[in-house]
Write a new protein. Sequence first.
Length: 396
Amino acid sequence: MRQNKGAGMWIRRTARVGSAVVVSLAALTAIGCNTQQTAATTQTSNAGSTSVHKLGFVVLVDGELGVVDMLNFEKVQSIKVGHYGVHQVAVLPDNRTVYTGNRDDNTLVKLTLSEDGKSYTQKILGKSPINLHLFTASPDGRYVVITSRMELSDEESKVFLPSGLPDDSIAILDTQTDKVIKTIALHSPAMASFPADGKHLYINNVHGGTVSVIDTATWNVVDTLQVADQALAPLPDGQHRIAPDGLDVSPDGKWLASADYDLGTVTVWETANTANKRHITYAKGDGLPHDVRWSPDSKELWVTDYDRHPVPADEVGNNAIATHLRVFDVADLKQLRTVPAPRKIQRISLPQYSKAVFLTTGIGSVLMLDRQTGAMEGEVVFGALGRPVVCGMTSY
């Protein structure tokens, strides 16, 4: 591969899932494909007992939301939201309020779970003004950003029927009123990422080859970042590029990274000076970058990649695609190591107070691996082949 420069969690063995997680005070934190790396709230009573927010949420392709007990790393339940589910949910800082949607009829759904995750109430918030794709909560939980399903390629249109709603927009939902307060037209928006201060919102335009920067005080687009150094030529036969795909802003707010699928690159911007842009360039045959996640100290960038392009709705075939998990140094973007994974992996989660990395897989499970050695410390399984986890885990 060629590069262009430019209080912990302890494991103990069990026979049930291979491991359980014992968490010290304030050890559990954001585990997410869209959340910020912020510490979970702990509450201490007069008696000295401690309660830790402990739920993780896993998005499944068949419209279910899996609930994980992260303290014991075990399945709690699956909640059926619709036949055809969204690819990411928004979890508020209380760790119990979840915003999602039913893509069968494009309704917005609010779930409120009990503290142990074993029971919940559901409220239908009405029809979405846009196609539903991904949900992302702001760091303070005041807003939920909903991105559209994105414009479909000719190949995708054979699988996913159009709904007639806008594909090239995002919607901003105010969680105090549960109303959509604004829609913003973009170009095939998908992943969203907030810095910890919540002052900006980054949205990748996966078929446009750009990242939109939005001022959250006004909800206006203030900048558009190009992932490539030169203008991208259109692909033949009306096909769309997937650049960028994964998107994440570092916990310290200094760096923004995107995995640029068809370009074979990972692009890193300095947020204070976006003209400072660098690339990790994959050699041909090394893989197609898919997901990116910053380490809690913002010094490492973790990247998943596929050996070849997945095919829409071909779950059996896609699960056979080889994947890799690579770690890069932010200073010079050199590869530090490859972390072996025992399954075909998709999305990455790096909790702030854990020595583990959590990965979603193509067989509908979540892996817990030692970050340095890659040794598997546990696995929570929700579904067999044909029900792959699409996005990953979201938790506070």
